[in-house]
Write a protein that binds this ligand. Structure first.
Ligand SMILES: NC(=O)c1ccc[n+]([C@@H]2O[C@H](COP(=O)([O-])OP(=O)(O)OC[C@H]3O[C@@H](n4cnc5c(N)ncnc54)[C@H](O)[C@@H]3O)[C@@H](O)[C@H]2O)c1
Length: 322
């Protein structure tokens, strides 16, 4: 098979490219480099610069590289920006996907993997979020991911494509410092930013109904995300009728206070006391994956722990902020 990986020059995409290439898959990347960097790609992996919204580009890339499967990772991912620019998010994440799917169906692509998110669940009121937990996104970003899953599943069913939507939980870490996340939108880089500026890391609310009062999340190493893609791609290759929706998480919750403590420890900045501020609107108290289905379906489970995520992310941060 030849796989097209969209968004392969981004944070998660570059890890998936690396893992799939090491797994012996033939790969081509389509990326508009809006947030990605070409130097993230390993030597020998062809990069086509363009947007998934451009049907002519999609058609040409699928044809010229004789693509048989697609891993669609390209997308916009910032919740606050999605609230400010919902039409932009629907265009990029839904219209972009629809255009790509249309090209895929016409080109006879038979395997399709889609980057979804735990954001589809919104504010789940359960201990462990299973794939059967109702989806109720609370921002346009989460809505575009849920609509994306519907598009993928419907197109797969009607046009004979094996599909998988992978719902990532809180992604952190890096395989190498060069591949680290450039953005400062998640807890780990946000705390790095404060600590390296000699400022107190912020904890948004300590009055949640959790043991230490701070929000609990399921952090997952980006290398584990990548190995889950390799397993899912193999499953789709072997099972032309697959139609999967899978959480990718560790199934273990870590509170913000615990996470900030680990980050302070790893960075050697235990001298700065965190600052508790007001809750942010739309932050659920607890979002932890049940990782049962992915273990049963793909025989996959996470290998890395939280400390390894923070240490590898810190090496990347220091490279980019010497
Ligand atoms: N990072 C997370 O914690 C997380 C969690 C859940 C889901 N996701 C999803 O994973 C995917 C990748 O996230 P990331 O963290 O690697 O973000 P990223 O911004 O690093 O990567 C996105 C990549 O897609 C490219 N891209 C964006 N729009 C494009 C378009 N229209 N055509 C072609 N390429 C385009 C960008 O240049 C970039 O290389 C996104 O779909 C995101 O919604 C991320």
């Amino acid at each position: 098979m030849t796989w097209l990986i969209t968004g392969g020059a981004g944070f998660i995409g570059s890890h998936v490219v690396r893992a799939m290439a090491e797994g012996g898959e033939r790969i081509v990347v389509l990326d508009d480099l809006s947030t990605g960097r070409a130097e993230r790609l390993p030597e020998g992996v062809p990069l086509e610069v363009g947007t998934v919204l451009d049907r002519a580009v999609v058609d040409r890339v699928l044809r010229e590289h004789a693509v048989t499967g697609i891993v669609h990772i390209a997308g916009k991912k910032q919740v606050a920006e999605s609230v400010a620019k919902p039409l932009h998010y629907y265009r990029e994440n839904v219209e972009g996907l629809r255009t790509l799917l249309e090209g895929a169906v016409e080109a006879g692509v038979t395997r399709f993997l889609f980057s979804s998110s735990a954001a589809v669940y919104g504010m789940p009121d359960v201990d462990l979020v299973t794939e059967a937990t109702p989806c109720a996104p609370i921002n346009p970003y989460g809505e575009t991911k849920l609509a994306g899953e519907w598009l993928v599943t419907a197109a797969g069913r009607t046009h004979g494509m094996a599909t998988a939507s992978l719902r990532y939980f809180n992604v952190a870490g890096a395989a190498t410092p060069e591949l680290g996340d450039d953005g400062v939108f998640n807890l780990v880089p946000m705390v790095f930013e404060r600590l390296t500026a000699d400022e107190q890391p912020r904890i948004f609310g300590d009055d949640y109904p959790t043991p230490d009062g701070t929000c609990i999340r399921d952090y997952i190493h980006v290398e584990d995300i990548a190995s889950a893609h390799v397993a899912a791609a193999r499953r789709l290759a072997a099972d032309p009728a697959a139609s999967l929706i899978l959480n990718i998480g560790r199934g273990e919750g870590v509170s913000v206070t615990e996470m900030v403590g680990i980050i302070q420890d790893v960075t050697g900045r235990t001298d700065i006391k965190p600052l508790v501020t007001e809750r942010r609107p739309g932050d659920p108290a607890r979002v932890v994956a049940s990782a049962d289905r992915i273990r049963e379906e793909l025989d996959w489970s996470a290998r890395y722990g939280v400390r390894e995520m923070v240490e590898s992310a810190w090496a990347g941060w220091r490279l980019r902020h010497p």
